[in-house]
Design a protein around this ligand. Sequence first.
Ligand code: AMP
Ligand code: GLY
Length: 425
Amino acid sequence: MKILIVGSGGREHALGWKLAQSPLASDLISAPGNPGLAELGRTVAIKAEAPAELAAFAMRERVDLVVIGPEAAAAAGLADSLAKVGVPCFGPSQAAAELEASKSFMKDFCARHGVPTAGYKVFDDAIRAKAYLGEREPPFVIKADGLAGGKGVVLAETRREADAAVDQILFLKKFGTAGQRIVIEDFLPGEEASFFALCDGETAVPLVAAQDHKRAYDGDKGPNTGGMGAYSPAPVFTDLVRDQTMERIILPTMAGMKAEGRPFVGVLFAGLMISADGPKLIEFNVRFGDPECQTLMRRLKSDLAPVLLAAAKGELANAPPLEWDERPAVTVVYAAKGYPDEPLTGSVIRGVERAQRFEGVEVFHAGTRLDEDGTLRAAGGRVLNITAIGDNLGDAVHRAYTAIAAIDWPGGFCRRDIGWRALER
Ligand code: AMP
Ligand code: GLY
């Protein structure tokens, strides 16, 4: 199999690392890829958001399977372009990607199909939105409708903050057209978990769950980020919760999307709030979580390639079962100083090979570049993902931080408490 991975982050490096181990994979190409992916195969300089170019490339190269990493590629219509030229694709069509690309679509869809999620109202008018806030109790949850790079959600403790968020999104267009509408939601109490299912339009196969740390600093303080670390399994996500999630959320969504003429193919990522009365959906994403994916790939024992191909072809019901390592895995994100607001790029990173040699450790590249003379430099906010598996979570965490100590990167920082919630249990 010739496999093309689309994207350039730690998630894509982890997927590539796993797929490269498949006896079926003869050739691994990534677009645009990163220095980690470049060690596994060819990279081509085509952006993830360029569906026509990617489809032309995949056809010319006779690619057997395209794996879409980021939501932007799916939302740009990559799966649709590939379908036109007959290249199998693991990833959703533009219409199916609406589950993530439009929060109002997602909320209305859940209402139509009885999927448990927070109560909500959609507004395009700031005055009406603020009047509605006046009838409610804090904390207020305000979301830009469209894709805002994980920054479009405001949890406000006071009316003043909530009003300011409404003005910033609807009046000042902080998120451009992604903020033409807002969703105001009920606040859901509980503990969060990320759950993933592989889908072929009809069948859904549950993966395992993970939890991530969204805040930039220790103790879950500081600004929200795409995720500073993750671990899997998620202790809060028991077998009972998994069955409830499949039955109440994933399967009705699969059936509803098919019935509405937008069958979902790819990985459905349910961001969940787990409380005493079971899981409630916070949001859908139409891709793997980053850095959750890195922990999943570290724990997956069986071959991923035939399963993704089966999903792409609508044959998931006949795919071989997935086998998981019982041991937990953790990912610590090593970010550039200044992340998330203004990450300082260009600083030199040394010692990645040294870190890589620790048992159970993989270092995935998320935002790096390689100079011609072989110098590795930071080229993004989240730069490296140090992923480790261990006999228990404490052991995995210890291995990850031991590997980090072997990396010489004065320009970087990481949280020192990844996994604390699960360790405290
Ligand atoms: P989202 O981008 O929709 O995942 O929201 C970002 C974060 O905001 C989530 O991971 C939750 O921590 C929090 N959040 C979003 N919606 C709610 C809600 N309705 N109730 C409580 N917390 C929420
Ligand atoms: N880590 C959360 C996400 O990928 O959206």
